[in-house]
Design a protein around this ligand. Structure first.
Ligand code: PEP
Ligand code: MN
Length: 386
């Protein structure tokens, strides 16, 4: 229930309508009629602000080169700030004595926001579409391993219905003593197997210095959970021509994730797919806590496709199938699943890998779910060896 009366000054607000709708995320939106307005930031002044204090705030706002429009309510005084929303110094406004709250009308992730780009993005990964009704079915082992094994897993996952093949050649490991990945040799194995089966490949890049070499071999660059806020890496993949799979950090908020996507978009790379892969929780029953609500939540905030990774989200093969289906039911644009033919000898994440036959069974259920939802799974290149 809003207790101040912004409608006192409605003619003034209406007189300053301009270029964009009041943002959906703005908690004050209910206070404003849904007209188009140019107010970029709303200042709420401290309760009981005197006329002199209000004049002083306006003076300071104007000194920052902005316009202020006053609305004096019964309980609260608010100022609508007009100016170029990219350049409004929010912290300077926050520091003006008498200002209680500064609320931007537009979200800070302008390029990623649905408001700025109401049409949903479809990301094309070398012919496989993700988003806009197309599902990306990413499958493969956690790490790139020996060529024969990679060949076998690719053949079986492709036959089951996967359309993108994955495997990490650079592994961000908690322990410096754990397997770190095969590096460039791994990239070559992944690319060769992917080409043989007509499956574009997804692999993680952990270091800005490797973006160039990984882009040479991979069709899609993965930025992993541990690097979601590695801003140098985000900037570098933003300059690459390859689509990016951006995984949610294990303690990242939805806004953090969108701000990281913004880094990539701001460098000119428009092909970003977000991935919900679980967040840290207090409960060791699962590896992470699968935040399925993030999928429809993100869909309301961004035009970027969103996929789910129930493998890392749960860490448990018994929970992966129901969580994959839940992700699709919640509107995910794809599913990322780790598959290994001998989990006990896997170089990483063996305990959470699905066997190829388990993946095939799940893929059949996902195919039926896709049909039910009216979604399409682009097939791998039919001319490649099956
Ligand atoms: C992975 O995909 O193997 C991986 C390391 O994922 P995450 O970054 O989500 O932990
Ligand atoms: Mn893994």
């Amino acid at each position: 229930m809003l207790c101040w009366n912004v409608y006192d000054d409605l003619p003034k607000w209406l007189g300053n309508r301009a270029s964009f709708p009041v943002a959906v995320h703005c908690p004050l939106r209910a206070a404003f009629p849904p007209f188009i307005c140019s107010i970029a930031v709303i200042l709420i002044l401290k309760t009981g602000a005197t006329d002199e204090q209000v004049d002083h705030v306006i003076e300071r706002v104007e000194a920052l080169g902005l316009q202020a429009h006053l609305s004096r309510g019964t309980y609260r005084t608010i100022l609508g700030i007009i100016g170029d929303e990219d350049k409004i110094p929010e912290d300077s406004l926050r520091a003006i004595p008498g200002v209680a709250q500064v609320i931007p009308v537009l979200p800070p992730y302008k390029l990623a926001s649905l408001e700025a780009h109401p049409q949903r993005s479809v990301v094309d990964v070398s012919g496989i579409k993700i988003g806009g009704g197309f599902l990306g079915m990413i499958a493969g082992p956690c790490s790139v391993e020996e060529p024969e094994r990679m060949d076998r897993i690719a053949r079986l996952t492709r036959a089951a219905g996967a359309n993108l093949f994955r495997g990490g050649a650079y592994k961000p490991r908690t322990s410096p003593y754990a397997f770190q990945g095969l590096g460039v040799d791994g990239l070559k194995i992944l690319r060769d197997v992917g080409q043989k089966y007509g499956m574009p490949v997804v692999t993680e890049v952990t270091d800005p210095r490797n973006v160039e070499v990984v882009s040479e071999y991979a069709d899609m660059l993965q930025v992993g959970a541990r690097n979601m806020q590695n801003f140098v890496l985000l900037t570098e993949v933003g300059r690459s021509a390859r689509p990016v799979l951006l995984k949610r950090g294990m303690s990242a908020t939805i806004q953090d994730l969108l701000m990281s996507a913004e880094y990539i978009l701001s460098q000119g790379n428009a092909n970003v797919v977000l991935c919900e892969r679980g967040v840290k929780s207090f409960d060791p029953s699962t590896r992470n806590l699968f935040d399925v609500a993030a999928v429809p939540l993100l869909a309301g905030l961004t035009h970027l496709p969103v996929i789910v990774d129930p493998s890392h989200a749960t860490g448990r093969p018994d929970l992966i199938p129901p969580c994959a289906l839940a992700g699709l039911a919640a509107g995910a644009d794809g599913v990322h699943i780790e598959v290994h033919d001998q989990p006990e000898v896997a170089k990483s994440d063996g305990p959470q890998a699905l066997l190829p036959e388990q993946y095939a069974e799940l893929a059949e259920r996902m195919r039926k779910m896709a049909e039910l939802l009216g979604k399409t799974i682009s097939p791998p290149n039919p001319e490649a060896v099956a």
